[in-house]
Ligand binder design. Structure first.
Ligand code: CA
Length: 224
């Protein structure tokens, strides 16, 4: 799950990024309003949630919300606001934000709101994901195969969740990189292969049936 955090208070932004990363999210930070809108417009499918500060340089949060919705960008938006006036809240919801938090807030509160937004568009999806004999619980970060618990790292867990949301589909490295690594990541795409290899080994256990296939020259597929 990938989050775009638009916040110009550097310390707050860094603290939130750290906290969210500890919870298993991938986070990009942008501090400028107009740059944020450009990023969202060009990479609308990369983000699962946008956390948006209201007072920003060059373009404020209201305008960004309105522009996003006017361009049919449906990613959930959580606004951070320092103002508590009722009319601001109404305005925010009218401009297309899904929810808002008044500063100062606790990290637990932010985390709960983000989780609620991630569930909203997929309200009909079960909380626990099933694919063949694999189960994955995003809330508790537990995954099992045939009832055997899989000791996954955060990245492996993120990869498995992505595959379980796209079963029997060929997923390429670029999709995985853009969903699970932030844009400051400078490395080689073979980092994906390394994590896939480890995930595959853990999934296979003694069964060794290669449920996570390599599709030569294209990517990977979870075959269930
Ligand atoms: Ca601000």
């Amino acid at each position: 799950m990938k989050i775009l955090l638009v916040e110009d208070e550097e310390k707050l932004a860094e603290a939130l990024k750290r906290g969210l990363e500890m919870s298993g999210y991938t986070v990009d930070i942008i501090s400028d309003g107009r740059k944020a809108l450009t990023r969202i417009s060009l990479h609308r499918n990369d983000y699962d949630v946008v956390i948006l500060d209201l007072m920003l340089p060059s373009m404020d949060g209201h305008e960004i919300c309105k522009e996003m919705r006017a361009n049919d960008i449906t990613v959930p938006i959580l606004v951070l606001t320092a103002r508590a006036e009722t009319d601001t809240k109404v305005e925010l919801l009218l401009s297309g934000a899904d929810d808002y938090l008044v500063k100062p807030f606790s990290f637990a509160e932010l985390s709960a709101r983000v989780q609620a937004l991630l569930r909203r568009p997929s309200g009909s999806l079960p909380q626990i994901l099933y694919a063949g004999d694999i189960t994955l619980n995003p809330a508790t970060r537990e995954a099992t195969r045939e009832g055997r618990e899989l000791p996954l790292t955060l990245k492996e867990f993120g990869l498995l969740e992505y595959f379980m949301r796209h079963p029997n589909t060929v997923v390429n490295r670029e999709d995985l990189l853009s969903h699970l690594w932030d844009f400051n990541y400078v490395g080689f795409s073979n980092v994906v292969d390394v994590h896939i290899k480890n995930l595959r080994r853990k999934l296979d256990g003694e069964k060794g049936d290669g449920i996570l296939e390599t599709v030569r020259g294209v990517g990977y597929r979870l075959r269930v």
